[in-house]
Design a protein around this ligand. Sequence first.
Ligand SMILES: Nc1ncnc2c1ncn2[C@@H]1O[C@H](COP(=O)(O)OP(=O)(O)OP(=O)(O)O)[C@@H](O)[C@H]1O
Ligand SMILES: [Mg+2]
Length: 309
Amino acid sequence: MIYTVTFNPAVDYVMHTGALHPGMVNRSTAEEIYFGGKGINVSLVLAELGVKSVALGFVAGFTGLAIEQGVQASGVATDFIHLSSGFSRINVKLKSSEETELNGQGPRIDQSSLSQLFDRLDRLSEGDTLLLAGSIPSSLPQDIYPQMISRVSRSGVRVIVDASGELLLRVLPHHPFLVKPNHLELGELFQTELHSADEVARYAKKVQEMGARNVLVSMAGDGAVLLTEDGNLLQCGVCSGTVVNSVGAGDSMLAGFMAGLVHGDAAYALRLGTAAGGATAFSDGLARRALIAELLQQLGEKLFDSATG
Ligand SMILES: Nc1ncnc2c1ncn2[C@@H]1O[C@H](COP(=O)(O)OP(=O)(O)OP(=O)(O)O)[C@@H](O)[C@H]1O
Ligand SMILES: [Mg+2]
């Protein structure tokens, strides 16, 4: 089973407005609600692809219940821990001529709730995958990812980490199965900027030497590079389409990649990841199955039949 972790899930309240006037009453012309957080995004795209996962993490209050129900309604199993105080955050995204975001802080995660998460981790076993994605709330210890990896490492769980900066550096000595920085995040690790796929490949190798088993580096509109455990370097360009909103493209790529590994080899996983990332970049919300299948065809592959697994 694949388990995703979202420490601070959110209700994303998207409002479309005309010109925005601070200090005045502004009215929206249309609204949408999405349930999000990086781990949840990965679970939602996995569900689109017919791959089961369990979303772990923390929810609180009426917004937390809404997130839980909404995620379940999309076909994702949840095993969230319910915090006794506060409420899960609402992130307001104002779409006028430019995009303004107002992101909530979210509830405080107390020690006993955190230990419940570790109890959940103890149930994972060989063959399971644990996905850790994104930043962590300031109320948590900064070494929470390494702590979680240590907790599951003896049971042979595959750990995938999508994080940047110090969070990423700290997990590398624990030999995660896969890390997925984008090219900017990869450059930041080494206080440099990376301008070509060759440079990206060189720095991916350094990350592997620092402990990661497989390194997937996404490069937004320039595609992605995968350095595998056995030293193969694979590259994939992007699918063609019109970019609507690329937020969550990285999460979708990870979901496609993970689904691809369930049903094929690393090269297939890279292409399915690319199709899923593209499908999100070309859509309003997250990638949908039909578009992923269409984009995968551009890359010369067929989407697996989800009935077979
Ligand atoms: N403009 C684009 N055109 C086509 N494909 C894209 C585009 N942007 C992203 N993608 C696809 O999605 C993948 C992941 O995108 P990106 O590198 O932007 O991830 P990211 O920076 O981690 O995003 P996020 O953290 O917001 O989810 C890319 O490797 C590519 O395959
Ligand atoms: Mg990312």
